[in-house]
Write a protein that binds this ligand. Structure first.
Ligand code: HEB
Length: 650
């Protein structure tokens, strides 16, 4: 399949600096220890604009069949290895909190480089370095890893939908800290039974990408494995058809590696100087050990076709222990070429789905190659691109049209309404609500709350959520318990919306503008406002954004701010402000933080961390002693949240 016609794409500023540096540095590292090359988005985007993608693809195509003694290519083609690398890089994505995915290129670092499932993916990076070196800054590792997967598929005759460039490399692997296995993942997202992990974790086994290839806890029971596949692929937002197309399409290529039972040797974390040497013979080529399973799925593993599905469905498969002493499946009474192929328990699982749906798809893909082409190309693009967020973040010349899972918004209309007029209306309304409220309180607070709730769904992890689209007007968002009562606030705004809607004022802009105005009226500084949002037609784009809406401990509070891309300072100033507004009198100031530091003041469990966590306490003390600084920083942090989802671009 050819690349689809290329729309869009100005190579400009899709990435704003609010989205980098949002993860803490790796434990024990100071930020000036980290590499600096290529990690500012501005430099990268400028270099990307000059990148010659055709030249990269030409070099990658040639690369595929130039086998190196250092790590020889199976069947003379690196395609299988590079597709597996891309899939493992992208496949860490989980829709629960948007973490994972290849943006950041963090597969180069710990912890994920040392995952059992990523064995020998250090070799593929060594092999690719000359290409990375040649094209430099404009070709991020994240983009290179995905593009190499695409070119591998195409060079073996497979279908590709397009390529979304724009992955900005991280300087270390800390963004994977919560994917595990790490102490922080253990404390925040524990997996009591490894092999049966639940969401928000992505895989069923920490350290694997999805499921154990031998079956649940290495028990070769295809029926049970099918359930695990549906569960884990579901956690990355894949439906049955996407799941089956990906597994069988991916396994059209390459082979598994497990020449003997001795294992791959130490991981990069255990021995950085000689990672995964392999303990069978020479440790490479026919002696390679990666997963401990051994053999190809098809008789032509460097050629795209649907024979995986044909074989799977028409042959009789029997369980045996391969040369790596692990459970795998072979063709019963096979002769000739068929005696060389194998299946994993997770492949046989597609024949034994208790729901019957995988079998049906296997049959369809076996009978209709074009159907597989279509399903695989779309599912692969989704897999590779899901963590990039809206299509406006995609750069380069091969970007396909917006896909449904990118939840595209209509183009913003030309604003004709004068913002100062809208603002004046909002002020009038706020004053009305002041006099009308029974207690005589100034109740601008709900308007600030609406804007905060609308914008704070934003996740820096996968650029989803945010107030753009104003999906808070629809289910499921409007029904979330944390949003209780906001329908009344929306109702009050309806009058203003009615007046200005015809003049290009979308709900999304109005909600933020009203929130800004409310904060100003409550004693905040003058807020920056950036217009140009647009309204979604439904609430689709926020159906799975509601993880941890009511954080239970300070660790989860911290995690939720981190997910939004906010620093510790921003967390303190915003929380302090929100609590101050909750007081009677409702003036924005550092008053809550000041009180919190006092001896004997009763605070909630989560607020106590501002007092007792050493770093947060230092920040709290700083704000408590300088209200001017507090108000200044509050305005900045507030604006950052309101504009977090404003991706510049077409
Ligand atoms: Fe795969 C390979 C498992 C899915 C693509 N895998 C493989 C192996 C294993 C697996 C075990 C071997 C490794 C070595 O080397 O040893 N998978 C698996 C599982 C799953 C999967 C369990 C889920 C169910 N794949 C998948 C997907 C894809 C893939 C989705 C894409 C799309 N793989 C792949 C490839 C390969 C593999 C391409 C080959 C590699 C080479 O050749 O090197």
């Amino acid at each position: 399949m050819a690349y689809l016609p290329v729309l869009l794409v100005l190579p400009l500023l899709a990435v704003s600096d609010s989205h980098v540096g949002s993860y803490p540095a790796a434990a024990g590292m100071r930020s000036d220890d980290l590499p600096r090359w290529g990690y500012t988005p501005e430099d990268y985007v400028a270099a990307l604009a000059k990148l010659d993608f055709e030249a990269v693809k030409t070099d990658l195509t040639a690369f595929m069949t130039q086998s190196q003694d250092f790590w020889p290519a199976d069947y003379g083609h690196y395609g299988g290895l590079l597709i597996r690398q891309a899939w493992h890089c992208a496949g860490t994505y989980r829709s629960s909190d948007g973490r994972g995915g290849c943006d950041g290129g963090s597969q180069r670092f710990g912890p994920s480089l040392s995952w059992e499932d990523n064995a020998n993916l250090d070799k593929s990076k060594t092999l690719l370095w000359p290409i990375k070196e040649k094209f430099g800054l404009g070709l991020s590792w994240g983009d290179l890893i995905i593009l190499a997967g695409n070119v591998a598929i195409e060079s073996m005759g497979g279908p590709v939908l397009g390529f979304c460039a724009g992955r900005v490399d991280a300087a270390d692997g800390s963004q994977d800290e919560l994917l595990g296995p790490t102490a922080r993942q253990e404390s925040l997202f524990p997996c009591p039974v490894n092999g049966d992990c639940k969401a928000p974790l992505g895989p069923d086994t920490v350290g694997l990408i999805y499921v154990n290839p031998q079956g649940p806890m290495a028990n070769p029971i295809p029926r049970l494995s099918a359930g695990q596949i549906r569960d884990t692929f579901g956690r990355m937002g894949m439906n049955d058809s996407e799941t089956v197309a990906l597994i069988g399409g991916g396994h059209a290529f390459g082979k598994t590696h497990g020449a003997c039972p001795e294992g791959p040797g130490p991981s990069p974390q255990e021995d950085p100087t000689r990672p995964w040497p392999g303990k069978c013979g020479s440790g490479k080529g026919k002696d390679a050990y990666t997963s401990g399973l051994e053999g190809p799925w098809t008789t032509n593993p460097t050629q795209w076709d649907n024979s995986y599905f044909k074989h799977l469905q028409s042959l009789t498969w029997e369980l045996y222990k391969g040369p790596g002493n692990k459970w795998q499946w072979r063709v019963q009474n096979a002769t000739g070429a068929l005696s060389g192929i194998m299946m994993l328990t997770t492949d046989i699982a597609l024949l034994e789905d208790p729901e019957g749906s995988y079998q049906k798809l296997v049959r369809e893909f076996a009978e209709d190659a074009a159907k597989l082409d279509h399903a695989f190309a779309h599912a692969w693009y989704k897999l590779a691109t899901r963590d990039m967020g809206p299509v406006t973040r995609c750069l380069g010349k091969d970007v396909p049209p917006a896909q449904p899972w990118q939840y595209p918004l209509p183009a913003p209309s030309q604003p004709q309404a004068k913002l100062s007029k809208v603002r004046a209306e909002v002020v009038k309304m706020l004053n009305r609500s002041k006099t009308e409220s029974a207690e005589g309180f100034f109740s601008a607070v709900p308007f600030a709350r609406l804007a905060w709730r609308c914008a704070s769904t934003f996740r820096a992890t996968d650029y989803r959520g945010g107030c753009n689209g104003a999906r808070i007007r629809f289910s499921p968002e409007k029904d979330w318990p944390v949003n209780k009562g906001l329908d009344q606030v929306l109702e009050s705004l309806q009058l203003i919306q009615d007046r200005f809607a015809g003049r290009g004022l979308p709900w999304a802009d109005l909600i933020v503008l009203a929130g800004n105005t409310a904060v100003e009226e409550l004693g905040g500084k003058k807020m920056q406002f950036c217009s140009g949002r647009s309204d979604a037609a439904d609430g689709q784009g926020s159906h799975d954004l509601d993880l941890d809406l009511q954080p239970k401990s300070w660790a989860t509070v911290r995690e939720s701010f981190e997910r939004m891309g906010l620093s510790a300072r921003e967390m303190v100033v915003l929380s302090g402000g929100a609590r101050a507004l909750g007081f009677a009198g409702a003036q924005l100031s550092n008053s809550y933080l000041t009180r919190l530091l006092g001896i004997g003041h009763a605070a909630s469990e989560t607020d106590l961390m501002f007092k007792f966590d050493p770093v947060l306490a230092a920040i709290t003390q700083e704000y408590a002693s300088d209200n001017g600084l507090f108000l200044e920083d509050f305005a900045q942090a507030w604006t950052k949240v309101m504009d977090a989802d404003r991706f510049k671009g077409p």
